[in-house]
Design a protein around this ligand. Structure first.
Ligand code: HEC
Ligand code: HEC
Ligand code: HEC
Length: 440
């Protein structure tokens, strides 16, 4: 199917129709329709690219049976059961109903779904791919399970409001290939903007929860549990410790992926780490359940697309004063400099490196410079665990939120964050002690 997608992109706007019709006739004559098993396999791959499993599986629950609570500023929404159970799942849904849910956010009974389900991204998915995802979901074992009722205060409890929200923020429509770009770029754009729903976390939202398109992929905020430990590459979260996390700037801004090559981005998506960073927060789950299973061609295509995004970053308007920098430098020297070095360049994983000191660079680092410092603060307080431990993985970084009065107070953590955000050419808005208090 990739082949066909590529062909259509190369063909460009005018020839698209011709190719499509021509291709169809050809397909009927020469190649038999894909057997059911191949269609299901393709649907599984696409559902993996869409990471349906992460949201539609609750801790210790059956896969795809739903019930995972998603905390939003508008209340708690529980994910639906999307196994083919007829009573509690989507066993009675037609393919058209699934397509409508993924594209317009409307359920089988005509009621509106909340955009915590990333249909504003999935609307870009082609008919062909929805067809395969439908076949895959239908092939799953039906599980009888009713997720809990949403906890949404009035007026957000009124699903009808989403009709207005959709008018304001939903840009319904399939991905339109850009004929001036390569097939690889178009494949990457299709995955990043569509099934990958990267913007759901990486784009800032307005007060009504709509994505701010002028700042697309420049970094957003998301609520998730703090990672407690990792067992057999399964991330274990502290369910009662839901905290804000900031998803970094993915444009080629110096505060974003400016310092990353296409190869480094692709390696991060494929393995969860590269020479510059490791996935330790909510991104670890995306890599573990989704991007690591994508083909090398697909992760590379995504990287090519991301690398082509023009540099955009939210403005920096609260600059840091000399007092903060001085306090921060002391804290950095005591707690961080041993591993990340006074230069902020980190200690690369070379064969003769001290394994207790290896660490990624903080210079040009997107987590350090993110507009919202939430992830940086989580990292300082709670440390970092990587989910996928192959020989290129970083070791665990310790957290510094210690009991017995030995930990850092909010002032010190803020000064430290300000120091790393504004040293070695890094840039970031001033962090206040109250920003740290929110993450405790
Ligand atoms: C970021 C989390 C998230 C991801 C990823 C996600 N979903 Fe969902 N999904 C939800 C939530 C939350 C709901 C319930 C929305 C509501 O109650 O309004 C939902 C609802 C649905 C529904 C409606 C079910 C019903 O009974 O009304 C379908 C169908 C669905 N999702 C399919 C999918 C598919 C297919 C994928 C992967 C391509 C997917 N979802 C990925 C969060 C997610
Ligand atoms: C014992 C060595 C060590 C110390 C001390 C240490 N770090 Fe780290 N740091 C690491 C390692 C290892 C990683 C990679 C962890 C991972 O990806 O799971 C890391 C990752 C990071 C990252 C994320 C990089 C990325 O994008 O993935 C930041 C930011 C960071 N450290 C900042 C700090 C700060 C600030 C301090 C001082 C409070 C500190 N570190 C102290 C070893 C250390
Ligand atoms: C559920 C929310 C979520 C989704 C969806 C998501 N991300 Fe992330 N991403 C994050 C967060 C939070 C971080 C910060 C670091 C972490 O969690 O490990 C991050 C970090 C990153 C980083 C940089 C890491 C660093 O250390 O500097 C890259 C690259 C990235 N994401 C790419 C993507 C791409 C590409 C997609 C779409 C396929 C995507 N993300 C989807 C939440 C998300």
């Amino acid at each position: 199917m990739h082949q066909r997608f590529y062909q259509r992109c190369v063909a460009g706007a005018v020839i698209v129709g011709f190719f499509f019709v021509g291709g169809r006739t050809f397909a009927q004559d020469a190649t038999p329709a894909p057997p059911e098993a191949a269609l299901i396999e393709k649907g599984k791959y696409l559902a993996t690219a869409g990471d349906c499993i992460s949201c539609h599986t609750r801790p210790h629950g059956e896969q795809f049976a739903g019930g995972l609570p998603l905390k939003t500023p508008f209340g708690t929404i529980y994910t639906a059961n999307i196994t083919p159970d007829k009573e509690t799942g989507i066993g009675n849904w037609t393919e058209e109903q699934l397509a409508r849910a993924m594209r317009e956010g409307v359920a089988d009974d005509g009621s509106h779904l909340y955009p915590a389900f990333p249909y504003p991204s999935y609307t870009k998915v082609t008919d062909e791919d929805v067809h395969a995802i439908y076949a895959y979901l239908k092939s799953l074992k039906p599980v009888s399970y009713n997720p809990p009722k949403n906890e949404m205060p009035f007026p957000f409890s009124q699903r009808g409001l989403m009709a207005i929200w959709n008018k304001m923020f939903l840009r319904e429509g399939r991905y339109a290939p850009d004929a001036s770009q390569s097939p690889e770029w178009n494949r990457g754009a299709y995955l990043v903007e569509g099934l990958g729903h990267c913007s759901a976390c990486h784009t800032p939202r307005n007060q009504l929860g709509g994505e701010r398109t002028s700042l697309a992929l420049t970094g957003g905020t998301y609520q998730d549990a703090i990672v407690d430990s990792v067992h057999e590459q399964e991330i274990v979260k502290q369910e009662n410790m839901i905290r804000p996390w900031s998803a970094v700037n993915l444009t080629s801004s110096p505060q974003g992926l400016g310092a990353w090559s296409v190869e480094e981005i692709a390696a991060y998506l494929k393995t969860g780490h590269n020479a510059l960073a490791g996935a330790f927060g909510p991104m670890a789950q995306i890599v573990s359940n989704s991007t690591q299973y994508l083909t090398d061609e697909d992760t590379r295509a995504m990287a090519v697309y991301l690398k082509s995004l023009p540099p955009v970053a939210p403005p920096i308007d609260k600059s840091v004063n000399a007092d903060q920098m001085q306090k921060g430098e002391i804290a950095y020297t005591v707690r961080c400099g041993d591993c990340h070095l006074p230069t902020g360049l980190g200690s690369p994983k070379t064969p003769d490196a001290d394994p207790t000191k290896v660490s990624p660079p903080l210079v040009g680092n997107p987590v350090v410079q993110a507009d919202d410092p939430a992830t940086l603060i989580n990292l300082i307080l709670y440390g970092a665990h990587e989910a996928i431990m192959d020989d290129k993985a970083w070791p665990k970084m310790p957290g510094f939120e210690m009991d017995f009065g030995l930990g850092m107070d909010d002032d010190q953590v803020a000064a430290l964050a300000n120091y790393v955000r504004n040293s070695w050419g890094n840039k970031g808005n001033m962090v206040a002690p109250k920003d740290v208090a929110k993450q405790r």
